[in-house]
Design a binder for this molecule. Structure first.
Ligand code: ADP
Length: 264
């Protein structure tokens, strides 16, 4: 069987004993170097899943396994080196007064020696295309640039999986494009797995595999093409097909068939 980097085995979670179950029997696998998009309406449990992936939360039932090791109090520090997270609001993620200091911060926390630190800061800023901003104040950057610095900070720790939890939600279209190009570049340049939690179905189209969450359960799983083919069901659970797919459908209805084979 193909190796799984991240596994959820029948994970169920509730925030408190007297609260409803937020996740029920969720099973999923993310392979090395795979890009998985998780979608679903608000409250379907996506962010909770992200928090269970690096030990910000622990499941009441089932287990979360990262790189062969079960997530537990004793393993979270090792696992947090392997699983990086980029959140929605870039302003909440800065701790340094310059871009360089900010990237250095995570490394200091992990006890990386100075020489190695300098090398990693340079490499990660280069990967996200922010090398020339290393002495700038993070707060002066555009939204997309801020998120690229946040990605560099995560990258510097050399994670094997990066989770983007609505990381483009607060950005303008240009910022979104910057981040998606960076994610694409990352995947080619570094051997990382990617999980994107998003409402933007244009982003979903770029993933290898899509997991659709509904009311705390995996509602469907498949390639972007397979998921978008379920347009009516997606609309039922409050999700909309991406622009390109809709356009292809409309053009097909008008008798213009695109070479991209619109999904039925
Ligand atoms: P999504 O990311 O899909 O919007 P969440 O994982 O944030 O969903 O939330 C799933 C459910 O858990 C929602 O009903 C939400 O209200 C509830 N929830 C989220 N965080 C907490 C919390 N800290 N305490 C109690 N309930 C929470």
């Amino acid at each position: 069987m193909e190796r799984s980097f991240l596994t959820f085995n029948n994970v169920s979670f509730q925030y408190r004993e007297d609260y409803p179950w937020v996740l029920q029997n969720v099973t999923l696998n993310v392979k090395p170097n795979e890009w998985v998009a998780i979608i679903g309406h608000n409250g379907s449990g996506k962010s909770t899943m992200a928090k269970l992936m690096n030990g910000l939360l622990f499941p009441q039932h089932g287990s979360v396994v990262v790189d062969g090791e079960e997530l537990a109090e004793e393993t979270i520090w090792e696992i947090r080196k392997k699983v990086g997270m980029v959140f929605q609001n870039p302003d909440n993620q800065f701790v340094g007064t310059t871009v360089k200091d900010d990237v250095a911060f995570g490394l200091e926390n992990h006890g990386v020696p100075r020489e190695e630190m300098i090398k990693r800061i340079q490499q990660s800023l280069e990967t996200v295309g922010m090398s020339s901003y290393e002495n700038q104040e993070p707060h002066r950057l555009s939204g997309g640039q801020k998120q690229r610095v946040a990605i560099a900070s995560v990258l510097a720790v050399s994670p094997e999986l990066i989770i983007f939890d609505e990381a483009t939600a607060m950005l303008d279209p240009k910022g979104r494009r910057e981040i998606m190009n960076t994610v694409n570049h990352l995947r080619r340049e570094r051997d990382v797995s990617i999980i994107t939690i998003t409402h933007d179905l244009n982003e979903v189209a770029m993933a290898d595999r899509v997991i659709v969450m509904n009311k705390g359960e995996v509602w469907h799983e498949g390639t972007p093409r397979e998921i978008f083919a379920k347009q009516a069901e997606l609309t039922d659970i409050g999700l909309d097909a991406p622009f390109v797919t809709k356009l292809a459908h409309e053009l097909k209805d008008m008798g213009l068939d695109l070479e991209m084979e619109p999904i039925n």
